[in-house]
Every structure is written in structure tokens, then in C-alpha cells.
Design a protein around this ligand. Structure first.
Ligand code: 13P
Length: 263
């Protein structure tokens, strides 16, 4: 059976994307697995640190235990989403300990998010995690650029943000980042935003984001690795479908499953 890295690389080459579903609440694992199996598809079940700190997924161990109840590796694998080096409240996280625990628990791929650090610091933190992941035989995802939305307080008006390209991943930096950090998949900022999680904002309908497909072309050309689209809920469909043909091989979906009534 193929491992997660082989599956994501195959998706990248085929111009399709693997959906990855966030688990903020343990009973969501079963319907996610069932939906992927019913579609005869393949997807990832994943949890981000903020989902056990600020939502109700409990802990990495609790998500792993729930996942094992519904385990079906032909269709579903377990991924550790955003473990930040600096979190959305600007606090330092013992990210190496969290990711070490995830490896020991049997998570089959990992994401370290050092995107709040300057480039050098992001490379250094990502390299440490990549080495740890590769020693365990699993791939490591990283992020460069600013996929906004998780921070407290309202976002600047979306159209202004998009038009300015502020925070978008720079292709020359991405090329260096992938070469020096050794990461396997790269989360890029090209116009998507995460669904808000702060009190007072988290029940608001998400903006219908667009994507800079030209920027995506440049990033694919510069990096050559599978690219990841965070903030997958609510992006206009024509952009999502085009992005899959241009290097996005994994798409993260959280908000739409957590609050489907707002759709
Ligand atoms: P949404 O909550 O906007 O779907 O984004 C999910 C995500 O990117 C998790 O890493």
C-alpha cells in the first residue's frame, strides 16, 4: 500500500488534490471517514493544535484513538495539521515536543507552522521538524507567507488584501525555503484565508476568497513540490478547480464542516 507521501505526490502529478478534514470535535471523525469511503475517494483526517486548545478535540492522543476506531487506510490517513512555533495569540509553543508526540502516536504526516517567524527562523525550525519526520519515515508540510484568519480581531477588507498581495508567498523565497528546509509539501499564501476562530467572529460567514493563479504558477515553477491550500472552505469553485491543475495537491477544510449552517 502507498504511503501518504506517495499518495500526495501522485495527486500532484495527476493535477488533483487530496482533501484534508479538520477535527475540532471527536464525533466528527466517523462521518468524515464515512463520506470519504462512500465517495470511494481518499482523504486525510487531521487536527491542528488550536483544535485541542480552543475547540473540543481533546488531545492528539484522543484524535488518534478515535481515528483508530474507524481506521481504513485504503481511504483515510491521519495528519497533524498546524503546530505553530508562535501561535495565533503570539505565544511561543514547544512545537518539537508536540510533533515528537504526534510521531510517537502514529500520525502519518505532520505540519510545522513557523510562518510567523522571519524567513531564516522559519527555515531553521522547519528543517528540525523535517529531519525528525524523515527519520520516522513520514513527510513534513510547512508554511511560507501569511494565510490569515486565525488571529484575533477582524481581517482587513478582503478585496484590499487580495489586490495588495500582502502576505502572499514570494516565489524566490519559496525556492530557497524548500531547498534549505527540506520540507515535502508547502502551504502557500495566494489569496485564501482561514475561517475565523476568535470569539465574536467565529460564527460569521466566511468570505468567498479568490486565488492568484499567476502567483501559483510561479510558486509551482520555483519549488517543484506539492503545494497545499489552507483556508479551503468557501473559496470560489472555479479558482479551486484551476488550482488543482496548477500544483495544489492537498486542500485543508475546516470551517465548512464545523459550521455548515452558515453555508
Ligand atoms: P478553513 O477552516 O477555512 O476551511 O481552513 C482550514 C485550514 O486551513 C486548516 O489548516
Amino acid at each position: 500500500m502507498l504511503n501518504t507521501q506517495q499518495i500526495v505526490v501522485n495527486a500532484f502529478r495527476a493535477g488533483v488534490a487530496i482533501p484534508a478534514f479538520n477535527i475540532p470535535y471527536l464525533p466528527m471523525v466517523e462521518p468524515v471517514v464515512r463520506a470519504v469511503v462512500d465517495e470511494d475517494s481518499f482523504g486525510l483526517v487531521m487536527v491542528a493544535r488550536l483544535e485541542w486548545v480552543k475547540f473540543e478535540s481533546g488531545s492528539p492522543a484522543a484524535v488518534r484513538d478515535e481515528y483508530l476506531k474507524w481506521r481504513n487506510p485504503r481511504h483515510v490517513r491521519l495528519h497533524m495539521d498546524h503546530v505553530p512555533v508562535i501561535d495565533e495569540d503570539n505565544l511561543q509553543v514547544d512545537y518539537l515536543a508536540v510533533l515528537r508526540e504526534a510521531i510517537d502516536l502514529g500520525y502519518e504526516s505532520l505540519m510545522v507552522d513557523a510562518s510567523r517567524l522571519p524567513l531564516e527562523g522559519n527555515i531553521e525550525a522547519t528543517r528540525k521538524v523535517t529531519e525528525m519526520a524523515h527519520a520516522a519515515g513520514i513527510p513534513c508540510e510547512a508554511e511560507l507567507g501569511a494565510v490569515m484568519g486565525h488571529e484575533a480581531g477582524p481581517l482587513p477588507p478582503y478585496e484590499e488584501l487580495f489586490a495588495s498581495g500582502k502576505g502572499f508567498t514570494d516565489p524566490a523565497e519559496a525556492k530557497r525555503f524548500v531547498r534549505e528546509s527540506g520540507c515535502d509539501w508547502l502551504s502557500v499564501a495566494i489569496g485564501s484565508v482561514h475561517g475565523a476562530i476568535s470569539a465574536g467572529l467565529k460564527d460569521k460567514k466566511k468570505v468567498a476568497a479568490r486565488l492568484s493563479l499567476d502567483q501559483l504558477d510561479r510558486l509551482r515553477e520555483a519549488t517543484g513540490v506539492p503545494l497545499v491550500l489552507h483556508g479551503g472552505s468557501g473559496i470560489r469553485q472555479e479558482y479551486v478547480l484551476a488550482a488543482f491543475k496548477k500544483g495544489i495537491a492537498k486542500i485543508n477544510i475546516g470551517t465548512v464542516a464545523r459550521m455548515p449552517e452558515s453555508w
